[in-house]
Design a protein around this ligand. Structure first.
Ligand code: 0WD
Ligand code: CA
Length: 380
């Protein structure tokens, strides 16, 4: 692999400075051929119920219902009175994915023998959302990130740590923003039915504890990945292709009235939408465009495979290849640096906009995230 974009401090033999390896995040460094990304395969799924309890099944699956041409959904309906919000102070880290792994380990083939699942045959285990952040890093100018990495039985586990800035923002979120966050969930309720044969019920409670998550495996060049992502709904047609091709991602966005708004939508929104759905192989995003009062005025479908064409005329726009190559090189960087195989050691990778990625090492610290029950279960 080419490493022309590596910046490495040159240590002199007499005064060895602290090891400071970094990874550059400039777009130009990642403009090369699109890397191999194998078609993601769903290997399982799980559900989180209204009390955030884990179930190793698809009980929270919902079904996409095609809306009217001009729907007039009121996204603020129920914000006061029919809203149960997940407790954002509870940090779940990778716990749900680890529970899924333990429950399904016999189905997962091992590196050593096809019978045992210890060690796991994956280089990385993480949330899809963490990979989305990596994909968009070369284009992100506002929010940095912290990713904790632990190597255990040869597999690298990646779990996000909330930055100080993100925590402050969350704790000081204006009322208007809180309500706008609700809009996305309310849109899901207008668009989804609980059964293949039923209709959406917008009179019910919106409970953000509930989730249906897919678990997919894939490979990015030489990195074998296992990750999970929340899926909004699926095509209810029994003849629809198997998951993840039948899945539909739902989004809301401000209605587009000016060329400037259209350009910003292409340059910023579509980057996030593309990255999030491309990773697990979800083929389409259904967007509800809403006015300032949270009324959906139109609904439009975006095919993920057509987004790169759609943005090509945009000046100075993002490129899928830059996103994927950066992610690939970051994973190589992690593999190279996070060498100690120890569940209580965390390599904390840190990035701020306009800077390089750096890291620090922490033993038995507040950052350790692999639970004892998982270590016990997976120590063979
Ligand atoms: O502990 C953490 N740091 C995180 C935990 C960060 C991100 C997610 N999670 C967990 C939760 O268990 C959640 O159920 O991940 C699940 C979702 O994972 P994901 O699919 O990897 O996350 P992402 O792609 O960022 O978000 C997908 C959806 C969002 O939909 P929109 O359309 O807004 O992108 O998951 C929801 C949200 O509806 N979501 C979350 N749900 C619970 N906790 C979280 C979160 N922290 N972030 C997004
Ligand atoms: Ca969504």
């Amino acid at each position: 692999p080419t490493n022309h974009h590596w910046h490495q401090s040159s240590a002199t033999p007499e005064q060895t400075p602290p090891r400071s390896q970094t990874l550059c995040t400039r777009r130009e460094a990642y403009e090369r051929a699109f890397p191999l990304y194998k078609q993601p395969v769903e290997v399982g799924c799980f559900s989180l119920d209204s009390q955030r309890r884990f179930f190793n099944d698809s009980r929270q699956m919902r079904y996409y219902v095609e809306p009217d041409r001009s729907p007039n959904f009121d996204l603020s309906d129920g914000y006061r009175g029919r809203y149960v919000k997940r407790d954002e102070n509870v940090k779940e880290k990778l716990d749900h994915i680890l529970r899924w792994i333990v429950a399904n380990r016999s189905k997962l083939k091992s590196k050593l023998s096809p019978d045992a699942s210890c060690p796991l045959d994956f280089d990385f285990v993480t949330w899809r959302g963490h990979l989305t952040k990596l994909l968009t890093t070369p284009y992100e100018t506002r929010e940095g990130w912290l990713l904790a990495v632990t190597r255990f039985n040869g597999t690298l586990y990646i779990s996000e740590v909330e930055t100080e800035a993100a925590r402050r923002e969350r704790e000081n979120r204006p009322e208007r923003n809180q309500e706008m966050m609700y809009w996305g969930y309310k849109f899901e309720q207008y668009m989804c039915a609980d059964k293949t044969y039923s209709e959406p019920d917008s009179s019910g409670v919106v409970n953000t504890n509930e989730a249906f998550c897919t678990v997919v495996q894939t490979r990015l060049t030489d990195h074998k990945l296992l990750f999970s992502g929340e899926v909004d709904c699926r095509d209810k047609d029994p003849d629809a292709p198997p998951p993840p091709a039948c899945y539909v991602e739902l989004k809301t966005s401000a209605e587009i009235c000016t060329p400037k708004q259209r350009s910003n939508f292409h340059r910023f929104k579509l980057l996030k939408w593309w990255a999030q759905s491309f990773l697990p192989g979800v083929p389409r995003v259904v967007a509800g465009f809403r006015d300032h009062d949270g009324i959906v005025v139109s609904v439009e479908t975006f095919q993920i495979s057509k987004i790169s064409q759609l943005i090509k005329n945009e000046y100075n726009c993002w490129k899928p290849t830059v996103c994927m190559n950066f992610c690939c090189d970051f994973l190589s960087f992690v593999k190279r640096e996070a060498t100690e195989d120890n569940p209580s050691v965390v390599y904390l990778f840190s990035w701020e906009p306009h800077k390089d990625v750096t890291y620090s090492v922490h033993r038995d610290s507040q950052y350790s995230f692999l639970p004892d029950w998982y270590i016990k279960e997976m120590t063979c």
